[in-house]
Design a protein around this ligand. Structure first.
Ligand SMILES: NC(=O)c1ccc[n+]([C@@H]2O[C@H](COP(=O)([O-])OP(=O)(O)OC[C@H]3O[C@@H](n4cnc5c(N)ncnc54)[C@H](O)[C@@H]3O)[C@@H](O)[C@H]2O)c1
Length: 345
């Protein structure tokens, strides 16, 4: 029977309360990509939950300023390190395990610049796939049993209609998507061999404060350089779901607390709402440089490997008991306000 919105909200609240009670158990966590956009928000949330957190990042894309608050926390430590330097990562884990072993790893280190991965074939192999392989070696050596992995909608490639988790065969169209899919495969094999439990999250485009990349961030930077005109890649008709990082962090914790299979894999996204690039550009112009002219390019792809239109099903996540608070357009507007504000200087 369909629920009216009042009882739907009450059910949502019940599920969220149940999740927060369960999440009272704290972990000792290794977080790769900790200084990045999503990684830094994740670190804050883990510290808030009572976890002990060791973050690693090579700081190529991430920034220590993203961790300004966390760095003064007694349960947090950031180490500048390349995940592919396996001896260094292993030595760090050994040293940090002296008092108590790690029981959880969150793997977010990756190349997040999809276009850089198109220009240089090595980038996604090294930072998106090899980091997974390297981390798995260290997890095996130090018997760290649980792994949560940041995967992506890009593994699905181009598909008409809603992308469900059981869609296949999968043929990604970017190196980035291919290397994430390969990472999922490597993690699945590691689960068979030595891991105890795995959570794979397939994110859509995530937006919000501390962005290190992405269309909103790019638009803000372009308008700072030239407040009179905004040049947009593609004709503005690309439509994708945009998801706010606050919702994303909450959804990941909810899934870890509630999804009890050995291999858990979930799309995380807006409830089938999307935003166009035109909407994003107009939203940025309104706050960053009112009156700026928007100049669109040609074609509906921003770059090679860009999936111009997609949306995916989050029925599996909803069935677990979690729904996003914001629509895609609301997430975009909130992120635009946050990114414009923090890039004012
Ligand atoms: N932002 C999105 O829209 C989105 C969408 C889908 C999936 N994801 C995934 O979520 C994760 C976080 O993405 P983000 O948006 O925060 O990007 P980000 O670039 O801000 O964060 C990634 C971090 O990983 C670090 N890193 C990269 N290679 C490394 C290496 N070899 N060793 C150590 N550190 C390394 C970078 O310096 C950076 O701080 C990534 O795995 C990304 O693929 C993001």
């Amino acid at each position: 029977m369909p629920h009216d919105s009042g009882s739907r909200r009450a059910l949502d609240k019940l599920a969220r309360n149940r999740f927060y009670r369960r999440s009272a158990m704290s972990n000792k966590c290794l977080v790769t990509g900790a200084a990045g956009f999503i990684g830094s928000h994740l670190v804050d949330s883990l510290l808030q939950r009572g976890d002990i957190v060791v973050g690693v990042d090579n700081l190529k894309l991430g920034r220590t300023s993203n961790l300004a608050k966390a760095l003064s926390h007694p349960r947090f430590r950031l180490v500048e390190l390349d995940v592919n330097d396996v001896p260094a990562l292993s030595a760090l884990v050994a040293k940090e395990s002296a008092a108590a072993p790690f029981d959880f790893a969150w793997h977010l280190a990756a190349n997040s610049d999809i276009r850089a991965g198109v220009a240089d074939f090595e980038v996604d192999f090294r930072d998106t796939f090899l980091t997974t392989h390297s981390l798995l070696k260290v997890l095996r050596e130090h018997r760290i049993p649980r792994l949560a992995f940041a995967s992506t909608s890009a593994i699905y490639g181009e598909h008409p209609g809603l992308m469900r988790e059981d869609l296949g065969p999968l043929f990604p169209i970017s190196n980035y998507g291919a290397m994430k899919l390969a990472s999922e495969a490597a993690i699945s094999a590691a689960l068979e061999a030595f891991l105890e439990r795995v959570w794979i999250f397939r994110f859509p485009n995530v937006v919000g404060s501390r962005a290190t990349h992405g269309a909103i961030y790019d638009f803000v930077q372009k308008l700072k350089r030239n407040p009179a005109e905004l040049e947009v890649l593609g004709d503005g008709t690309q439509e994708k779901p945009y998801f706010h990082v606050a919702d994303l962090i909450e959804a990941m914790h909810f899934i870890v607390a509630q999804a009890g299979e050995r291999l858990n894999f979930y799309n995380i996204g807006t409830a089938e709402t999307v935003s166009s690039v035109r909407f994003m550009a107009e939203s940025v112009v309104r706050l960053q440089a009112p009156g700026a002219r928007i100049r669109f390019g040609a074609g509906n792809k921003g770059w090679v490997g860009d999936v111009p239109k997609f949306n995916y099903s989050i029925e599996k996540l909803k069935a677990l008991g979690w729904s996003p608070r914001l629509t895609s357009d609301q997430a975009v507007n909130r992120a635009v306000a946050e990114i414009v504000e923090e890039n004012r200087a």
